[in-house]
Write a protein that binds this ligand. Structure first.
Ligand SMILES: Nc1ncnc2c1ncn2[C@@H]1O[C@H](COP(=O)(O)OP(=O)(O)OP(=O)(O)O)[C@@H](O)[C@H]1O
Length: 390
């Protein structure tokens, strides 16, 4: 898979951007607050239909503009196809080759992306919700149908919570809501479990080579409150049963509190180092190495599963990693052959990922200036005047 062309219109502070990315590294250099992350976010949104940071879709539309639109032309299995996503009036619409996308499967058609941001580096010590988001992003990348499945779960959860808040509830009525929630929840459990089965061993192995510690890492997911269930082996019907029972047994408490206390939305991912909680005991450098191990595993896992390397989006992570781990990452990117987009305020931090055909771009006040391929800002360790190389 390769992105041949990208067009962005009125997305956040970006007015109009058209570029033909390098098959390898495309690097956006600029000072803080200029629009570098917005460019990656546009690409992430195109490839996943999910915002990277925004809470609401309307945040993605450039202030004062009626709509935001991102279009990408991809080379996939020898054929070219164009996908677009548009946001207008808080509503998203997706297109394939200029026509409304008939289905998500048709839209994605093999496009996949892995993003790596400074927020990811904080995930080990953050709260369960950020780890869940982190896990689910990997699940979306691996199983695009999860976009719809997780929404179904979110809808069922919202409906049950609304019912709990409206006061005394007929138990037969509540059971019907539990049934819907349990089925949708079982799907989410199964998807997360499948992803973890593939990813965790790879992440553990990658960490072993970058962690600089004799302690092994482990990454695990086990839903809470499912009793004696053998989570690793249970089929989807058994998962749904277990969740239905957990919902029923906690319904009094849920009614008192007005929200659902069990289900995939309340789970956590455990990350341990030498069998101790990494959140509680790992150093900051170790925590970041644990995340780096996970991200590299995600890339390799997607390649193994789909036969393609995903697009890689790295938002200013180099300045957050120590020099040794940054060097590891840059070497990995250069050797992997992946198509990668990097942002940085300091070109010297990412130069090791650049090859002869790197496309360097400067980003300033939402405008992108391009340097011809190969015209790297050599000797430019800190780009002058807002980072317009070349
Ligand atoms: N919907 C929007 N319309 C117009 N401008 C927006 C919108 N959303 C965000 N911005 C602007 O985008 C800018 C931030 O861009 P971005 O996050 O891409 O910065 P950056 O270049 O990655 O900076 P940093 O290096 O600090 O991460 C801010 O000036 C913000 O006000």
């Amino acid at each position: 898979m390769r992105l041949l062309a990208l067009h962005v219109q009125d997305f956040r502070n970006l007015g109009q951007v058209s570029l033909s990315p390098s098959p390898h590294a495309t690097i956006a250099v600029g000072q803080n607050g200029q629009g570098k992350t917005n460019l990656l976010e546009a690409l992430y949104f195109l490839a996943t239909l999910k915002p990277l940071r925004a809470g609401r879709l309307s945040e993605l539309v450039r202030w004062g503009a009626p709509a935001a639109r991102v279009t990408g032309r991809f080379l996939l299995k020898g054929a070219e196809r164009e996908i677009s996503v548009e946001v207008a009036g808080g509503v998203r619409q997706s297109f394939v080759d200029g026509k409304k996308a008939p289905s998500l499967e048709e839209y994605f058609g093999g496009v996949s992306v892995v993003a790596f941001t400074p927020d990811d580096l904080e995930v080990v010590k953050g709260g369960p919700d950020s780890r869940r988001g982190f896990l689910d992003r990997a699940v979306f990348n691996r199983f695009p149908a999860f976009l719809r499945e997780s929404r179904e779960y979110a809808r069922a959860l919202k409906n049950r919570n609304r019912l709990l808040r409206t006061g005394p509830v007929d138990s037969v009525y509540l059971e019907a809501y539990d049934e819907t929630l349990a089925k949708a929840g079982a799907r989410v459990y199964a998807r997360r479990r499948a992803l973890m089965a593939e990813l965790a061993p790879r992440a553990q192995a990658t960490f072993a080579s970058i962690g600089r510690t004799p302690d092994p890492a482990s990454y695990g997911y086990r839903p809470a409150h499912l009793g004696e269930l053998d989570f690793a082996q249970a089929d989807e019907a058994a998962l749904a049963n277990a969740l239905r029972e957990a919902l029923a047994s906690r319904s009094r408490r849920d009614l008192e509190r007005g929200f659902t206390s069990v289900g995939p939305h309340a789970d956590d991912v455990s990350v341990t180092l030498g069998s101790r909680s990494a959140r509680a005991y790992a150093s900051q450098g170790q925590q970041r190495a644990l995340v780096l191990g996970w991200k590299i595993a995600e890339i390799e896992n997607l390649e193994a599963a789909t036969g393609f390397l995903p697009l890689l989006l790295l938002d200013d992570v180099s300045s957050e990693l120590d020099p040794e781990r940054n060097a590891y990452l840059m070497r990995y990117l250069a050797e992997s052959g992946a198509q990668v987009f990097l942002t940085t305020t300091d070109a010297s931090l990412v130069r090791a990922a650049a090859a002869q055909d790197t496309l360097w771009m400067g980003v300033r006040s939402g405008a992108v200036s391009l340097s011809p391929p190969g015209d790297s800002p050599s000797g430019l360790s800190s780009p002058p005047d807002g980072g317009e190389p070349g």
